[in-house]
Ligand binder design. Structure first.
Ligand code: SAH
Ligand code: SF4
Ligand code: F3S
Length: 447
């Protein structure tokens, strides 16, 4: 009986949304080639781990996980490592984990079915060549999320921030053709989804040779049946007036920007090669806020970058206090092999205990700011889209406002994908609680 059933594939994803989107493409490709996707690794014929290399901690977690997953393999299962760690480490991964037989970087997924087949026939394969033309245009992604769709619009990165491994793991920047993106968005709507998130490492530098990101926002925003358009992550330097105007004028584009600041110190930003100053970043925020009423801004911040002094760090804290972020992802600098930051003079290294202390103060400052902001919003109404059930058995669902606030409201799985109007009644950390004011089905979709 086993011989006649379709082989199964399990995939586990680490890292950013781009990786989630890549996993969806890989799973779609393998499903089209006769594999059945499964939700648990136990006994799967193919186990894939789609990895992230952004910080050492992310890599260590994956190394540990590869060992754990080994226990779920049968005598005939194979394991593959894909994504940014695969690209960065290549053959070293085969050395480190003897039970891994496939290592494929982000541009190598086109031939995944053939490589998986040969791995199942006992061959170990590595594919880490970049392909500037590759967008997996003819793949049909198998989406994990039923409410919002990840839409990659750009791959790679042409910035060279001195701390960052991404240009090494994902190669040069390239954009998909606008009509291809629009076609994918139309497909997503016909499957019943109403929200899309456009993805790229510096997504607002999108340019397909004819169209820029402003054109893309207008085209995607006008797709019939789309109610919410988001994008991540933009770079402050690529917010042209055209892009800001498009964001302000297209009603489906949501009032939220995730705008990584990294540091509030111009000196540090310069060493990071971020290509903007503290003032330049603040000016970008002001322009966006002036154009888009009710805009909420979230950010990424790194502490302990080489050469960051107490005074530099204080500038990051004051920027956080001044700019009114709704939330922030915060990271302790992690040196990545081969990046320029690792070649900075030894004496610039910030000791771990100092970095940890700064991190604690930053977290406190971000939380205090977010809380103060949230308190001003209690009693307000928001249109929210129900994304998922909260914890099991709690009879609560997590919904998202256009300005990217999480709101916990009473309800169950029947509400998934529905739009509700809620009143914000309480706030705990970065989440609100809300009461449903009006419940209505999602608008009829395109057709
Ligand atoms: N392309 C995006 C960032 C992608 S990486 C951008 O430029 O905004 C996501 C975040 O990880 C970064 O914004 C940065 O804050 C953090 N990060 C990247 N490399 C890091 C490193 N070596 N150590 C610590 N944090 C890092
Ligand atoms: Fe990394 Fe900078 Fe590119 Fe973002 S813009 S992916 S931080 S090099
Ligand atoms: Fe990680 Fe690669 Fe994304 S390094 S953050 S998975 S681009």
């Amino acid at each position: 009986m086993m011989e006649t059933s379709r082989p199964t594939v399990y995939i586990e994803t680490y890292g950013c949304q781009m990786n989630v989107s890549d996993s969806e493409l890989m799973l779609g490709k393998l499903a089209a080639s006769g594999y059945t996707p499964v939700d648990v690794p136990d006994g799967a014929d193919v186990i894939l781990v789609n990895t992230c290399a952004i910080r050492d901690h992310a890599e260590q977690r994956v190394i540990g996980r590869l060992g754990e997953l080994k226990r779920h393999m049968t005598a005939t299962s194979i394991m593959g490592v894909t994504g940014c760690m695969a690209q960065r480490l290549g053959p070293q991964l085969l050395e480190k984990a003897k039970h891994v037989s496939l290592v494929v970087g982000p541009d190598g997924y086109r031939t995944l079915p053939a490589m998986v087949d040969s791995a199942r026939n006992g061959q170990r394969t590595i594919a880490t060549t970049f392909d500037m033309e590759e967008h997996y245009e003819d793949f049909t992604p198998r989406r994990f999320d039923k409410v919002k769709a990840w839409i990659p619009v750009q791959r790679g990165c042409d910035y060279r921030c001195t701390y960052c491994i991404v240009p090494t793991t994902r190669g040069s920047e390239r954009s998909r053709q606008l009509p291809d993106v629009v076609r994918e968005v139309e497909g997503v709507v016909s499957e019943g989804m109403t929200e899309v998130v456009l993805l790229g490492q510096t997504v607002n530098s999108y340019n397909d040779g004819t169209h820029d990101f402003a054109d893309l926002l207008r085209a995607v925003g006008a797709v019939r049946g789309i109610r919410r358009v988001r994008y991540t992550s933009p770079h402050p330097n690529d917010f042209s007036d055209r892009v800001i105007r498009a964001m302000a004028e297209v009603p489906t584009v949501c009032e939220h920007v995730h705008l990584p600041m990294q540091s509030g110190s111009t000196k540090t930003l310069k060493r990071m090669l971020r290509r903007y100053t503290r003032e330049g970043y603040a000016e970008c925020v002001q322009k966006l806020r002036a154009a888009i009423p009710g805009l909420s801004i979230t950010t990424d911040i790194i502490v302990g970058f080489p050469g960051e002094t107490d005074a530099d760090f204080e500038e990051t804290l004051s920027a956080v206090r001044e700019l009114g972020f709704a939330d922030a992802f915060m990271f302790i600098f992690s040196p990545r092999d081969g990046t320029p930051a690792t070649r900075m003079p030894e004496e610039l290294t910030v000791p771990q205990d100092v970095a940890a202390e700064r991190m604690a103060r930053l977290v406190e400052t971000v939380r205090a700011g977010a809380r103060a902001l949230n308190l001003t919003q209690l009693g307000q109404r928001r249109e929210v889209l129900v994304e998922r059930e909260a914890k099991r058995g709690e009879a609560m669902v997590l919904a998202r406002s256009r300005d990217f606030r999480s709101v916990l409201v009473p309800g169950d799985a029947t509400l998934l994908g529905q739009y509700l109007t809620v009143e914000l009644t309480g706030t705990t950390g970065s989440t609100f609680t809300g009461q449903i004011v009006s419940e209505r089905a999602a608008l009829p979709l395109a057709g």
